[in-house]
Design a binder for this molecule. Structure first.
Ligand code: TYD
Length: 143
């Protein structure tokens, strides 16, 4: 499996409703979310000068959504990098395993929702960038 930033793509959720509000249904497994969602969590009240993330996952698949406000995400697969800005609750960023991510430039009140394929497991994290690069070379060489 090639866990490259090229496979971390935006998903447009279907949005229904008009005028008085909109309805988004990202939990329709196999349709909106390309994996069964076992966990949802959200990050909020993040100061604009603080970053989140700074890690990769070995197996976890995720979809990240700016359900309020906006923030930037920098992705690295150890070979290539990719920058994405999320600013729309109708759009999610799909993250494969094996991707280093940093989230920053949160606007005031921004809220980041994450849909995850597995329950929380600290053993799935790689929290050191050099270890991440070594892991990628050993397990998922890009080139
Ligand atoms: P982490 O995933 O490192 O945060 P972020 O990517 O948002 O910067 O998690 C921060 C802390 O919260 C860490 O100590 C683990 C804990 N945590 C849980 O207990 N359960 C969870 O589902 C998540 C995502 C984190």
């Amino acid at each position: 499996m090639n866990y490259s930033v090229n496979n971390c793509t935006l998903i447009d959720f279907s949005v229904t409703g008009s005028g008085a509000g909109f309805f988004i249904d990202p939990l329709r497994n196999g349709f909106e979310a390309p994996f069964p969602v076992k966990r949802m969590y959200y990050l909020f009240d993040i100061p604009g000068d603080k970053a989140r993330g700074g890690h990769a996952h070995k197996a976890l698949k995720q979809i990240i959504v700016a359900i309020k406000g906006s923030f930037a995400i920098k992705l690295s697969d150890g070979f290539a990098e990719k920058m994405v800005t999320l600013d729309n609750p109708g759009t999610g960023l799909r993250l494969t395993p094996g991707i280093w991510r940093e989230l920053f430039d949160f606007t005031p009140g921004a809220t980041c929702m994450v849909l995850a394929s597995e329950v929380y497991d600290e053993k799935d994290y790689i929290r050191n960038y050099d270890e991440f690069l070594a892991y990628k070379q050993a397990c998922h060489p890009i080139k």
